[in-house]
Write a protein that binds this ligand. Structure first.
Ligand code: RI2
Length: 319
């Protein structure tokens, strides 16, 4: 097994998980691959890098941070293998450093939204959301974070572990206790796997229920998302694919054998309409969901041009 296939397997199995971490791991894997390919033939090198790109691209379909990271690293135009290798290494390093800085900056910006004494609910496990909690707590704000368990993979335990290690008062609840508990909550903060052009949020399944409960209780709903989680392809009408995961995550083997005709649906993500989102905290500022188009256009402009070119080329090919 190579470093590349190992990373791809770990992303697929969710040993590496969380949209930001997936993106950084994929960028790092492309860099390692570029350094390990032994050829002086640029065509052969490019072919091997395309294969690496495709392998990583196919691991998980929903978090748009993954294709955005892969495309950022693969933006090179080189005549020799040495030039190509250097460009990939520097693109990957820049993406990883930019991503880590973005999470830190989101913490600083988002902490302004937290008041001393706030009780904040979160769902699943998000490094960007955690960055906000940690920053606010370090500023001396006494906060209490309510974390949902997040069936079926229990990423809530990861969140609880982060919070407990940071010394932040934490309460764990079942996913089904969200609405009942909402009356004690001042603010909801979650992460993002993708933000669409109309500002809607694709995040861990159950997020939209949390948003509905927050809306009903007039509790603010904030999403923490680095700009590379915005989806340029949605501008061209493409939908974000919702990952359907293994039924074994939902029900054990024994019960599945007991009910052989039972169908199990296990979508990993859902969509929270923009009207339920008060604010998106990005590294370039706190914005309304309606500004998603501008983030895609201004911040991911190069990506947009390439997507548009690919679409036009696709049309020509068909004609
Ligand atoms: P950060 C996770 O997906 C969760 O849905 C989380 O909200 C999102 O990625 C963003 O996480 P999964 O990989 O990038 O657990 O903020 O399916 O860490």
């Amino acid at each position: 097994m190579t470093a590349l296939t190992e990373t791809a397997d770990k992303i697929k199995s969710m040993e590496i998980r969380g949209a930001g971490k997936i993106a950084r791991a994929a960028a790092g894997a492309l860099k390692e691959e570029a350094l390990s390919i032994r050829t002086n033939d640029i065509k052969e090198f490019n072919k091997r890098m395309d294969e690496a790109y495709n392998l990583l691209y196919s691991t998980r379909p929903t978090a748009v941070s993954l294709p955005n990271a892969l495309r950022a690293v693969m933006r090179y135009n080189a005549g020799t293998v040495a030039e190509a290798r250097q460009a990939i290494v520097s693109n990957a390093d820049a993406f990883i450093a930019g991503s880590e800085n973005a999470v830190k900056r989101i913490g600083e910006i988002g902490a302004h939204r937290i008041k001393d004494g706030d009780t904040i609910m979160t769902h699943c496990n998000s490094s960007a959301a955690f960055s906000i909690f940690e920053t606010a707590f370090k500023q001396g704000k006494k906060i209490n974070v309510i974390a949902t368990e997040t069936r079926p993979r229990q990423q809530g335990y990861v969140t609880v572990d982060f919070l407990q290690k940071a010394g932040i008062p934490t309460t764990l609840i079942l996913d089904s206790a969200v609405r009942y508990t909402m009356k004690k909550v001042d603010l909801v903060i979650v992460g993002a796997d993708a933000i669409t052009v109309n500002g809607s949020l694709v995040n861990k399944v159950g997020t939209s229920q949390v948003a509905l409960a927050a809306n009903e209780a007039r509790v603010g709903f904030i999403c923490a998302a680095e700009t590379y989680k915005f989806s340029p392809r949605t501008l061209f009408g493409e939908m974000v694919e919702i990952e359907e995961r293994d039924p074994a995550e939902v029900l054990c083997n024994e019960l599945r054998m007991k009910w052989p005709n039972l169908r199990i649906s296990n979508p990993a993500f859902d969509i929270t309409p923009h009207k339920f989102i008060d604010m998106i905290i990005t590294e370039i500022g706190a914005i309304s969901p309606e500004m998603a188009y501008w983030v895609i256009k201004d911040k991911l402009g190069w990506e947009l041009e390439e997507t548009a070119e690919a679409n036009v080329k696709g049309c020509d090919d068909e004609n």
